[in-house]
Design a protein around this ligand. Structure first.
Ligand code: ADP
Ligand code: MG
Length: 262
């Protein structure tokens, strides 16, 4: 019998505002609502995923940077969220200094995998949110993860960014993490009334094939309102298009079989 390993998902794209955090938080919440134990690791110093899961900065005594530097044990940084079964390794502005200090440290990109590997394997799913950069924090996330998902605005100008990030994932896979692969592209801000939105899906389908293209997340104001209330879409408006769309994509992701999975 092969041993089960925790699935490690990273949501990444160099572009800001394409839905990385919204997707990380709501996929994680959907998986937790489906009954799975889920860990969110917030690698973005902006801490939006941390806050969206109801972990206020005032509650963050130990953040991710302390774990990465080895000054505390990973388990000591874990915070419960208000979603049952969903825990968070929180971010804080201290990650800005961490990134600055370690900009030229080629070993630092391995610290997340090294210091949080055992913790990640104690959960069924780990979801890693990333900043809109390709520096140490994003690279650390790619080195630690096994499945990369790319949220991409359903807009032609976003296509180039998507190709760039696929190339980065492949580069990290070759040089530092053979277990990593792109498992899905998630079109976000999808406007079903706009011809170009549908054209984008066509284009993605022909370039990537059916398997990599996951269901689209529609443009939905409830998704934009939820973080302000410190809520996931499922607490904020369970009947919204956003809740339905993220639930569907979570089911798709849950169904994806990773080679390391038993
Ligand atoms: N499908 C959507 N419809 C409407 N607003 C959205 C949608 N997805 C995300 N947003 C909003 O757009 C902004 C950027 O999304 P965010 O997830 O923070 O992007 P990123 O993490 O890539 O910077 C946020 O204010 C978010 O609430
Ligand atoms: Mg973000």
């Amino acid at each position: 019998m092969s041993q089960r390993v925790g699935r490690r998902l990273v949501f990444t794209n160099r572009k800001g505002g394409c839905g990385k955090t919204t997707t990380s938080v709501n996929i994680a919440a959907a998986l937790a609502h489906l009954g799975h134990r889920v860990l969110v690791i917030d690698t973005d110093p902006q801490a939006h995923a941390t806050m969206s899961l109801g972990v206020a900065q005032s509650r963050v005594t130990h953040d991710l940077s302390a774990v990465l530097e080895g000054s505390i044990d990973a388990a000591a940084a874990v915070q419960p969220s208000y979603v049952p079964r969903l825990h968070v390794v929180p971010s804080s502005r201290r990650l800005v200094d961490f990134e600055r200090r370690n900009a030229d440290n080629s070993d630092a990109v391995y610290w997340l995998r090294r210091h949080l590997g055992a913790l990640m394997d104690s959960y069924e799913f780990t979801v890693i949110d990333t900043p809109p950069t390709t520096q140490v924090l994003t690279l650390s996330a790619l080195v630690a993860a096994r499945e990369a998902y790319i949220p991409m605005q359903a807009h032609f100008l976003a296509m180039e960014g998507m190709i760039e990030i696929i190339e980065l994932v492949e580069e990290v896979q070759r040089s530092r993490n053979p277990d990593l692969a792109v498992r899905g592209i998630i079109p976000t801000f999808f406007d079903s009334g706009a011809v170009f939105s549908r054209q984008i899906l066509q284009e993605l389908r022909s370039r990537l094939g059916e398997d990599l293209l996951l269901k689209a997340i529609r443009l939905n104001h409830a998704l934009a309102e939820a973080p302000g209330a410190g809520h996931t879409i499922f607490q904020h408006d369970l009947r919204s298009d956003g809740a339905l769309d993220y639930y569907r994509v979570a089911l798709q992701i849950r169904g994806i079989k990773h080679p390391l999975q038993s």
